[in-house]
Design a protein around this ligand. Structure first.
Ligand code: 5GP
Length: 202
């Protein structure tokens, strides 16, 4: 059996990353979606074990001491970490793993595991991004400007990624993302075990 692949998905606010992620997980139910362990309080509508495991600071610090995280970050006085064990278990079973994170988290993970495949979700143009960010009508011009600037800063780092998927039409972006995932299976590195097995049983 061949080992699974770790995929990272990132994208700025307005890229449609979360919708793409949801659709991809619906279509690829065999994928393990990495759930971060975090120490901040649960927000309304959040469910334990859906996107995050809500743990105590003490538990997190124990995890740090035991090197239980692939990487972690301290954000607004709270810890956020990517648990290592479920990722390693799933990869060993041949399952692909999907991790959602921002550009800084992606850079840290890529440094630790150079074999990860990173995908950046891009808006098709600046105009479309601007329209999407101002389309909700619930935020002030200043807030929109802030989100637009943050998005541009992330897009400026898109060249650190292996693949760029443009989200113009959602359906196309979802199938493009699935194609990137599928194509990894045919890489020599992911087929070496099979080659060896065929030769061994000859
Ligand atoms: P929030 O509190 O709004 O859910 O997340 C705050 C920030 O933490 C977001 O930028 C989110 O992407 C990031 N984050 C979530 N999980 C992890 C993780 O496991 N590692 C790192 N480095 N950042 C994370």
């Amino acid at each position: 059996m061949n080992k699974g692949t770790v995929f990272i998905i990132s994208g700025p606010s307005g890229s449609g990353k979360d919708t793409i992620l949801k659709e991809v997980l619906k279509k690829r139910t065999d994928i393990y979606f990495s759930i971060s362990s975090i120490t901040r309080d649960m927000r309304e509508g959040e469910v334990e074990g859906e996107k995050y495991h809500f743990i105590s600071r003490k538990e997190f610090e124990e995890g740090l001491a035991n090197e239980a995280f692939l990487e972690y970050n301290k954000y607004l006085e709270n810890y956020y970490g990517t648990p290592k064990a479920p990722i390693e278990e799933n990869l060993a079973l041949g399952n692909d793993v999907l991790i959602e994170c921002d550009v800084n988290g992606a850079a840290k993970k890529k440094k630790k595991m150079p074999e990860v495949v990173s995908v950046f979700i891009m808006p098709p143009s600046f105009e479309v991004l601007k329209k999407r960010l101002s389309g909700r009508g619930t935020e002030s011009a200043e807030q929109i400007e802030g989100r637009l600037n943050a998005a541009l800063n992330e897009i400026a780092r898109a060249n650190e990624y292996d693949y760029i998927v443009v989200n113009d039409a959602l359906e196309t972006a979802v199938s493009d993302f699935l194609l990137v995932m599928k194509s990894q299976r045919f890489k020599l590195n992911n087929q070496k075990q099979l080659i060896n097995e065929v030769l061994k049983n000859a």
